[in-house]
Design a protein around this ligand. Structure first.
Ligand code: COA
Length: 301
């Protein structure tokens, strides 16, 4: 299932250093670690994941007991796992800790039944991931709309858009799992709990769910994602409802650089910037269901 190049072990690859699962005493030291490492990912994502079941963190510890690196691993039921928050303190780089932490996360995800490990890499980490066996995919695009303004919701075919409520969640989870290829319901719930905004669902005239998006507030901006829809009309209706009436900037992260989702979002006046490169290892799922218009806002799933 996985081809791990280089024969690295999941722990203890660098002489004298230990790569081990995070323990209860570590979080206070992680605060210090986060202060000295230029944090490569959204700190909001770290807090979001801390409370989730099955998410695991590993740290690299020096022979003197300094926490000098860390990584996160997020397995979703259904076979997709996310590797995130890899970072090594500057003075401990280039001795193999980044690759050892990556190998630890991959081994943990495999042990939870992950068939595909996915991540979005910074340019400096790309070779580290390649050395462990990850293959490059496409870049993602970060879109931002500074001044949302109004845009009338298009009217069509008896669809309706409503605020996401508790009763919608089981149906949304089922549809999301089918459309994404794995169950990220726990992550979506965590976003709704920690960064309340307004989720939206679109239904057709028979009441069937045709799309949804999660809208959340964080650091003075509104983030949209995940955002899934059966077609462009549904997506357009959802997006126009999601941006109406707000004056905070809006951020959406979309996989790839071109295609219907990008055209739609640019058409709303969003400005896009090429961001990180997707890298994957393992069997890529072939989901059905809805089309993806944006990734999860805090963890690029
Ligand atoms: C990316 C990052 C985690 C890499 O950590 P690291 O511990 O330096 O990684 P490694 O030591 O395993 O590999 C780094 C390089 O050192 C080389 N190296 C590893 N062991 C070595 C050794 N014993 N002797 C010489 N070179 C060695 C590797 O081949 C690699 O070289 P390459 O990048 O040219 O391929 C680190 O640079 C970092 O924290 N960056 C900022 C945060 C970030 O970008 N995180 C990634 C988020 S996706």
């Amino acid at each position: 299932m996985f081809a791990m190049k280089g024969g690295r072990e999941a722990s203890g690859a660098v002489s004298g250093f230990r790569v081990r699962g995070m323990t209860d005493g570590d979080p206070a030291r992680i605060v210090d670690f986060r202060a000295v490492v230029k944090w490569p990912a959204d700190p909001g994502a770290f807090d979001l994941l801390r409370g989730m079941r099955d998410v695991r963190w590993a740290v690299a510890e020096s022979p003197e007991g300094v926490i000098c690196g860390m990584v996160g691993a997020v397995p979703f039921v259904g076979g997709v796992g996310i590797l995130c928050h890899l970072a090594v303190r500057r003075e401990y780089r280039n001795i193999g800790l980044g690759a050892s932490l990556t190998a630890w996360a991959v081994a943990y995800l495999r042990s939870r039944g992950t068939k595909l490990v996915r991540l979005y890499t910074t340019p400096e980490a790309e070779n580290v991931y390649r050395s462990v066996g990850f293959e490059p995919g496409e870049f993602r695009t970060v879109y931002r709309l500074e001044k949302p303004g109004e845009r009338a919701s298009p009217k069509f075919g008896g669809h309706r858009v409503e605020t996401l409520c508790f009763g919608d969640l089981p149906e949304m989870h089922g549809l999301d799992r089918w459309s994404y290829g794995a169950d990220r319901g726990g992550l979506i719930l965590s976003i709704l709990r920690l960064h309340p905004g307004r989720g939206l669902v679109a239904r057709d005239s028979s009441g069937r769910m045709k799309g949804y998006l999660v809208r959340s507030h964080s650091s003075g901006e509104i983030r949209i994602g995940p955002f899934m829809a059966s077609d462009e009309k549904v997506a357009e209706t959802l997006l126009s409802r999601a941006i109406e009436g707000g004056d905070a900037p809006i951020r959406i992260v979309v996989p790839g650089e071109d295609g219907p989702a990008h055209e739609l979002i640019r058409d709303f006046g969003f400005a896009g910037k090429r961001d990180r490169l997707r890298m994957e290892m393992g069997e890529i799922p072939e989901p059905g269901g809805l089309e993806e218009y944006a990734t999860t806002a805090y963890l690029a799933t």
